[in-house]
Design a protein around this ligand. Structure first.
Ligand SMILES: NC(=O)c1ccc[n+]([C@@H]2O[C@H](COP(=O)([O-])OP(=O)(O)OC[C@H]3O[C@@H](n4cnc5c(N)ncnc54)[C@H](OP(=O)(O)O)[C@@H]3O)[C@@H](O)[C@H]2O)c1
Length: 261
């Protein structure tokens, strides 16, 4: 039996949306296991223009090979460029974690404009399809690999008021995950997803009030909101051929029991 996560050493990994939050925790964990990692940020995020670059520098000091790529994923061409830059820096690709995304805003149906609709869909849905399509030749060239998509508990519950387009975009990615898993199985590329519940990152600082978060925490069976680090294990597990080599097309819920079904 391979030591837990040992087979991730030396793997070439791109984690999108890893300048902060869940993606930063996942990228950091891959680096600590000796994977070669490309981190990604929009270049215009709250963490500053170079948050992913700063994290890459800090992790590289630990002796691992970590790069940073940029791209505003509301633009499909920027998604392609970021994937290309990562593949070039890493000399190929074994694992793609599609994590970049956000709600953009809480907007009720009567206020949803076409621009808002496009922005939420381009960022959370189209970017995942484009990243997978662009990474496919490199994943195939590796002789197989893993794609892990970040979806959301709201893909199944519908989320709370004002999140309809975001929640539906995540539901699209869940279904896309299952369909792609069957399509890419002959290439030995496994496709799975992690579905976080309410995770205490900048995301909720932006979209949820402290009162809403406290009320949510009180309803969670494990008695608290999740942390970015709580999500890491599921990503590593689904990326590791040794640990999950016979698992594809699945969505793992990481939510402290917030949704059980
Ligand atoms: N927190 C939760 O409760 C929760 C629950 C379910 C699902 N999720 C999903 O988990 C993922 C990570 O969320 P998080 O909680 O870690 O949020 P976060 O702390 O806000 O981080 C979001 C990440 O996505 C990137 N991103 C945002 N807008 C982007 C854009 N236009 N172009 C490229 N990258 C962009 C950000 O990069 P910059 O900082 O460089 O902009 C950042 O790295 C997202 O897909 C989110 O939808 C979160």
């Amino acid at each position: 039996m391979t030591l837990l996560g040992e087979d991730l050493r030396g793997k070439r990994v791109l984690v999108t949306g890893s300048s902060r939050g869940i993606g930063a925790a996942v990228g950091t964990a891959f680096a600590s296991l000796g994977a070669r990692v490309a981190l990604h940020g929009s270049g215009n995020g709250a963490g500053g223009n170079d948050a992913a670059a700063k994290l890459a520098l800090a992790l590289s000091a630990g002796g691992t090979e970590v790069y940073a790529v940029r791209g505003d994923f509301r633009d499909p061409r920027a998604v392609e460029s970021a994937v290309d830059a990562a593949v070039q820096a890493l000399g190929g690709l074994d694992i793609l974690v599609n994590n970049a995304g956000t709600m953009v805003g809480r907007v009720s149906l009567d206020r949803i404009g076409d621009d808002f609709l496009d922005e939420v869909i381009d960022l959370n849905l189209r970017s995942v399809v484009v990243a997978c399509r662009r990474a496919l030749p490199a994943l195939r060239a590796s002789g197989g690999g893993a794609i892990v998509n970040t979806v959301s508990i709201s893909a199944r519950t519908g989320g709370s008021p004002g999140s309809s387009i975001y929640s539906a975009s995540k539901a699209f990615v869940s279904t896309f995950t299952r369909s792609l898993a069957a399509e890419l199985a002959p290439d030995r590329i496994r496709v799975n997803a992690v579905s976080p519940g309410t995770i205490d990152t900048d995301f909720h600082q932006r979209y949820s009030s402290p009162e809403k978060l406290a009320a949510t925490a009180a309803r969670i069976p494990l008695g608290r909101l999740g942390t970015a680090e709580d999500c890491v294990g599921a990503y590593l597990f689904l990326s590791s051929e040794a640990l999950s080599g016979y698992i594809t097309g699945q969505v793992i819920e990481v939510n402290g029991g917030q949704l059980m079904a």
